[in-house]
Write a protein that binds this ligand. Sequence first.
Ligand SMILES: [Zn+2]
Length: 72
Amino acid sequence: MNPFRLVILGLLAWFVYKVLRSWGSDGSPTRPRPRGTPEQYEMMARCLRCGTFVPRDSLSERGRCRSCEKNH
Ligand SMILES: [Zn+2]
């Protein structure tokens, strides 16, 4: 068999697996959401210094937003 084909098949299998898993996690009672809403909303967290809500990813490890880290 062509190795290139094997790669394509692997990717396909992975993709199907991911889709099936995302379907399986759908309908969980803890996170109700309207249909058609993309999954990728950001977790918000509060800056410990100024209290601004920012995406959790942009908080530093000390829980501060970027501007507070800069002004520190
Ligand atoms: Zn801040």
